[in-house]
Design a protein around this ligand. Structure first.
Ligand code: G3P
Length: 218
């Protein structure tokens, strides 16, 4: 089963997506908190948890391992639904190694741009490897190829780490990530909305309703 997350800290968007009954979780980051207009990471994260009752990722701000570990201890204590996002840099790997030894060490390794980084994050004990495929595409590279390679590497060696397709820009990315075997897809709310849309569905539904109205009026 592939999981659907929305990549936003906007509560209205999260409420609407959750109401559709297909939302499994939410990913946030400092930029998304900024867009939602809040610097209260704990309060916003707990409001999100309250809505989705599923996996919610909140990111550390520290860039050194001791600082990340201290922040992770606090973030993970907020709720059993919370995953701590750790950047995939050398200090981040040190932090992941330590945090993953805790009973509640749920880690979302973030800012991954290669299968090698994903491999290292998995070795360090991450639960999710977040591949920023859209940013690779923006730079003229093939982000989906990194998703495919990571899937293959994790399967070759039996890593339990989930392949998380992140930085999704459009519905084509969604289909491609599903075909590439991503375990989790996190997308902006407008992309989730667009997944539901086909003019043929609207036209077809209207025709059914019109024909039914005609026959009922007889
Ligand atoms: O979850 C990762 C995501 O927030 C990055 O997306 O759109 O900033 O490249 P974007």
């Amino acid at each position: 089963m592939a999981l659907i997350f929305v990549d936003t800290a906007n509560l209205d968007e999260i409420r609407e997506a959750a109401a559709w009954g297909v939302l499994d979780g939410v990913t946030t980051n400092p930029t998304l908190m900024f867009k939602a207009g809040t610097a209260n990471r704990k309060e916003q994260t707990l409001k999100i948890v309250d809505i989705v009752q599923g996996s919610v990722s909140a990111e550390v701000i520290s860039t050194d391992a001791p600082g990340m570990i201290e922040e992770a201890r606090e973030i993970l204590s907020w709720s059993d639904h919370v995953y701590v996002k750790i950047p995939t840099i050398p200090e981040g790997l040190k932090a992941m190694r330590e945090i993953s030894s805790w009973p509640n060490g749920r880690i979302n390794a973030t800012l991954i741009f290669s299968a090698n980084q994903a491999f290292l994050a998995a070795k360090a004990g991450a639960s999710y490897a977040s591949i920023f495929l859209g940013r690779l595409d923006d730079a003229g590279l093939d982000g989906m190829e990194v998703v495919r390679q990571t899937r293959q590497v994790f399967d070759n060696y039996g890593f339990g780490c989930a392949v998380l397709a992140a930085s999704i820009r459009n519905t084509v990315h969604v289909t491609q990530a599903l075909l590439a075997g991503a375990d989790i897809l996190t997308m902006p709310f407008p992309v989730l909305k667009t997944m539901m849309h086909s003019p043929f569905t609207d036209i077809g539904l209207q025709r059914f309703l019109d024909d039914w109205a005609k026959i009922s009026a007889k």
